[in-house]
Ligand binder design. Structure first.
Ligand code: NAP
Length: 248
């Protein structure tokens, strides 16, 4: 039980990678608040599953791209759990288009949901973690933020922005015992990648040495480790979970 007694919040914990992370943290002993934006039922299912193995959990609705809502969410979690030890910034969306076709609102929506949300939640939680002189902040970026991807200028910029922001906060918060790291998944089997055509999927597999898409658990396992005391001397790092797709 690497996370016994820890209190965690996972943004976008109702589906996909966030769901697997919420469950992994709870299986490791943490109590977990499950954030969602639109689908309360799915979030409640995750809460139910977490409770079934004896941890505390509740769902909290907040559009994390909005600072006031993110701050309120952190306040609610702090009040219910009497602290927050682990923040996983996972919520994210895609609105793909080639540059010449991308609309201003497609750019703004993705930057807000994926990058501004990370600023919002990190800022709101850092005050609590600084007071406690401990904390773990884990941000879900993407290999696309490292190597780019045609048709995803907004998404790639948001995911690259997360990396710069995380490295900066790792430098600022390290003195208070807070680590900040980035997990960069490759292609993981979720609703987000269900949108890929068979042709695109075949093409992708040619670029992945392990010849398959990742599972949500593959990502969650790394997050569980980074949230634990075993990762106490790791900060400011970008770690890929991508089947070897991107080797730097
Ligand atoms: P997903 O299945 O589409 O789930 C997205 C989650 O984010 C949902 O729980 C959704 O909640 C939540 N969310 C979206 N916008 C939100 C907002 N403004 N406020 C609060 N919650 C919000 O996505 P996924 O594939 O699991 O991806 C999770 C993260 O991993 C994302 O950051 C994504 O960019 C990243 N990632 C995914 C892959 C992949 O291959 N799947 C690869 C690299 C990186 P509601 O349903 O309630 O709106």
């Amino acid at each position: 039980m690497l996370l016994e007694g820890k209190k965690a919040i996972v943004t976008g914990g109702s589906r996909g990678i966030g769901r697997a992370i919420a469950i992994k943290l709870a299986q490791s002993g943490a109590d977990v608040a499950v954030n969602y934006n639109s689908n309360a039922n799915l979030a409640e299912e995750v809460v139910k599953e977490i409770k079934s193995f004896g941890r505390e959990s509740f769902s909290v609705k907040a559009d994390v791209s909005d600072y006031a809502q993110a701050e309120e969410m952190i306040k609610i979690v702090e009040a219910k759990f009497n602290g927050v030890d682990i923040l996983v910034n996972n919520a994210g969306i895609t609105k793909d288009a080639l540059l010449i076709k991308m609309k201003e609102d497609e750019w703004e929506d993705v930057i807000s949901a994926n990058l501004k949300s990370v600023f919002n939640c990190t800022k709101a939680v850092s005050r609590l973690m600084m007071k406690k002189r401990q904390g773990r902040i884990i941000n879900i970026s993407s290999v696309v933020g490292v190597i780019g991807n045609a048709g995803q200028g907004n998404y790639a910029a948001s995911k690259a922005g997360i990396i710069g922001f995380a490295k900066t906060t790792a430098r600022e918060l390290g003195i208070r015992g807070i680590t900040v790291n980035v997990v960069a998944p490759g292609y993981i089997q979720t609703d987000m990648t269900d949108k890929l055509s068979d042709g695109m999927r075949e093409q992708l597999l040619t670029q992945i040495p392990l010849k398959k898409l990742g599972s949500t658990e593959d990502v969650a396992n790394l997050v569980g480790f980074l949230a634990s005391d075993e990762a106490a001397y790791i900060t400011g790092q970008v770690i890929h979970v991508d089947g070897g797709m991107v080797m730097l």
